[in-house]
Write a protein that binds this ligand. Sequence first.
Ligand SMILES: [Zn+2]
Length: 517
Amino acid sequence: MKKLLLFILFQSLINTPAFSQSGSQQSDQILIKNAIIIDGTGSERYSGHILIENSLITQIGSFPVSEGFSGKIIDAAGRIVSPGFIDSHSHGNPFDTPRFDNFLAMGVTTITLGQDGSSPGVDDIESWMSGVNDLGTGPNVIHFTGHNSLRQLANAPRQAGLNEQTISEMQTYLADALAAGSFGLSTGLEYDHGRFSDLQELIKIAEPAADAGAIIMSHMRSEDDDAIEESIRELMNQGLESGAAVHAAHLKIVYANDPARADAVLQIMNSARESGLSVTGDVYPYTASYTGISILFPDFALPPNSYREAVETRRNELADHLRKRVNSRNGPEATLLGTGPWAGKTLKAVADSLNKPFEDLLIDDIGPHGAGAAYFVMNEEVMKRFLTDPYIMVSSDGSPAMRHPRGYGSFAKIIDDYVNGEGLLTLEEAIYKMSGLPANTLGLSDPSVVDTPRGIIKEGFAADLLIFDPENVRDTATFGNPHQLAEGFDWVFVNGVALIEDEERNEKLPGDVIRRR
Ligand SMILES: [Zn+2]
């Protein structure tokens, strides 16, 4: 009797969903109790319970839990509960790998596709988005509209100085994509077609994004030590002249070994920020990049020029270029091929096994479009300087298929190496860089930008959540064995649905395509 009275007393005092005895939603309730909550804003951890109802976080705090609660209860005692991580630069095709277990296993609950200037479904964003939504995905999916794809759609010539009509056609495509819910423009200025664009074009094509309050995610013109400052200035000018927020993707300085070089880049970003521009960037925690082998080839061997003609008429010059370029990038032993019959072998090893110079292997067997590769051209101290800047977030730049461990390990490696290992970041700082900061940058935490805000632990926000003991978090993917799932995230929720339960991935695909308003 006393117990019943107490229960009624609690109910009338608190009157919370955690206590409701009736109603059809009872079974949809999940209570995570005794959590150590790190909310993703950078604030210090605190203790409490979190109630999930119908895909949302509906209550947070130290409310008492009654015996009458009949939803699911997870005891998180001693473990951290944080927002699911948001990957600000990802790759992959939801129609090939809708589960995206590589991302989920490292705590990523939202990925951003359409990066580096190249995006799917640009001619009909609406049907691409509804197609992905109908299919269902593990993590949520965000779409960016690629500048290179827009150029192709508008039949732009591979040259600078586009005419007004072509630019206006590209602007219309972008405005339509933004209206359908795409999150902004991505550029890939080192790739076909983006490398042909000039600053005037970049400013013009940023205007629809500025009008919509959307962001420019840029793979910059060059990441080489002797060109990075010019490249970052071009991005700042694109933002300052158009009024669009800008974001430097996968920040790195190829060949640089002095962290002061990172300071020089960050200083350019800071001074643009002081002029009122919104400026952010992301970084992945590895010292090798990964991209198509065309990055080694000279312009005269790349479209619109004929590769065959280049080989026939300028072979010595081509060989000379490749030899110098590869040697300046730490030599053929620092180029790890990632595709075709060469996957997992260095350029040096394959050339040695065929008994030919590596430049001949590149010219005759691989060609500019014949492989992707990891390039060991970065310095960890430079990467760490970027990582600790308050406006720089974590990304993976990875995918399920790419032969680089970043697609499977990045977010776990940040906790394993730079929180637990070196103490470079506190866990609160690291989680902010992996949830609240990308959410704020993309507009995901803003109810005026998206229907359901997410990215921090707050009442009314989407229940994208992780439960983990940071001591157990581990990246296991390596360059030799890049497709190994990260470990240590005991529970992963996307939109209130657990898809990793006690470290076991189930069959569920609760991810949504998130649309920008
Ligand atoms: Zn890129």
